[in-house]
Design a protein around this ligand. Structure first.
Ligand SMILES: Nc1ncnc2c1ncn2[C@@H]1O[C@H](COP(=O)(O)OP(=O)(O)O)[C@@H](O)[C@H]1O
Ligand SMILES: [Mg+2]
Length: 377
């Protein structure tokens, strides 16, 4: 088979941009299918193709632009991906895409693989929501089954008085899923990559701190993780990779509880909680994803020094302020500021978690609240 050099990416957001940045030094070029147009974050890295209607001309131009295809986001039109997959390889496969588009399919898959989760029920009517409230107890998290991200499409019911409110907010988006509210100790994620031969490599567990449903910052390796917790997470992600016949990066979000790990959701792609790996790992999640989908050997996933990633949400600090902190890496995505929007991130590494914490406090001085407040211990 002839060597493959061109990667087509569905989506031209920041994940597409960072995939392109990882592909470039390997001598690989990218094109992006992004109907929102040439202003997108990935525009720096290759041609932006596609149109809102997915016209035959636009899809053909994208098909012609690359040898192998991938996606940066799971909430895309499966039919569109299928049109490409009929002619050229798309990794991860369609199975990974279909399953992760729907929280009910995802939770059912976790059950099939004996990966524990919060107790949940499908909800299709106000009556079923009432039943779920009595069966699962309160508080309870009601979520849309599709299209949710960054905490969007969710409602927490704390008392039966919230029933009507919750239904008014989300009822029109049914089907829904109701989940028992988990009073977790902390949130973590595990990221792994699988190549076309079935070899896998797994990054250390990352601790994730969210603010209003959006990732605020993360720490890798997650502090004070026992060997058995890491092994359990590895076992869960391995079984998912194998079951899905996945090629590329897969992310599993977890709750750590007094009774062990519970799976929350997964993403068939590079993930915000893996951004630390650009500077913090021997081979980043982006490079490993590119390697996997292009049939190249995987890179090492170890994290030599504790590394923090801090998201820049809604506002961008002064470049010079961040860069004045030794060792701080700034990544801006070329997006215009808007409340709740991920605009960039900062990465820092140190010799210990204590030293890392100090560096994060230095960063916090330059960040607007509440981003800064969430970094204070
Ligand atoms: N069952 C739950 N119990 C407690 N907190 C939850 C639960 N489900 C979600 N959350 C919180 O909301 C955040 C976002 O929910 P998630 O299911 O990951 O959706 P998404 O990231 O797609 O918006 C989680 O990271 C967690 O902080
Ligand atoms: Mg999530």
């Amino acid at each position: 088979m002839s060597p493959r050099h061109h990667l087509g990416v569905f989506g031209g957001g920041q994940l597409g941009r960072m995939l392109g940045l990882a592909a470039a030094p390997l001598g690989l070029s990218c094109s992006f299918y992004e109907p929102s147009g040439a202003e997108c974050p990935a525009a720096l890295l290759g041609p932006i193709l596609g149109d809102q209607k997915h016209s035959p001309e636009a899809v053909h131009a994208f098909l012609d632009s690359a040898d192998v295809f991938t996606y940066e986001f799971e909430n895309i039109d499966v039919g569109l991906v299928e049109r490409i997959a009929r002619h050229k390889p798309v990794y991860p496969g369609l199975e990974s895409l279909r399953l992760t588009q729907n929280r009910l399919y995802e939770k059912s898959l976790f059950a099939e693989l004996s990966i524990p989760t919060a107790t949940w029920l499908a909800v299709n009517s106000l009556a079923e929501l009432k039943t779920a409230t009595s069966a699962l107890g309160l508080p309870l998290v009601l979520k849309t089954t599709t299209q949710g991200y960054d905490g969007k499409g969710q409602f927490i019911l704390r008392s039966t008085g919230d029933l009507m409110d919750a239904w008014q907010h989300l009822g029109t988006s049914s089907p829904l899923i109701a989940e028992q509210f988990i009073a977790f100790r902390r949130e973590m994620s595990i990221i792994a990559v699988r190549d076309q031969q079935g070899n896998t490599a797994t990054y250390p567990l990352t601790e994730n701190i969210h603010l209003k449903g959006i990732l605020s910052h993360s720490l890798t390796p997650a502090p004070e993780v026992t060997l058995s917790t890491q092994q359990t997470a590895n076992r869960y992600i391995d079984s998912l990779l194998t079951r899905l016949n996945h090629v590329g990066v897969l992310t599993l979000e977890l709750f750590e509880t007094d009774n062990g790990l519970l799976a929350n959701e997964m993403a068939p792609r590079v993930h915000n909680s893996g951004h630390w790996s650009i500077e913090g790992a021997l081979c980043s999640q982006f490079e490993n994803h590119v390697r996997a989908v292009l049939g190249l050997p995987l890179g090492a996933t170890s994290c030599p020094r504790p590394t923090a990633m801090i998201n820049l949400i809604g506002q961008i600090p002064e470049r010079a302020d961040i860069l004045s902190i030794p060792g701080a890496h700034l990544h801006l995505y070329g997006k215009s500021p808007r409340p709740g929007r991920k605009l960039g991130h900062i990465t820092l590494s140190a010799d210990s978690h204590a030293e890392l914490n100090q560096l994060m406090l230095d960063i916090a001085r330059h960040l607007p609240n509440p981003m800064a407040l969430s970094l204070r211990p």
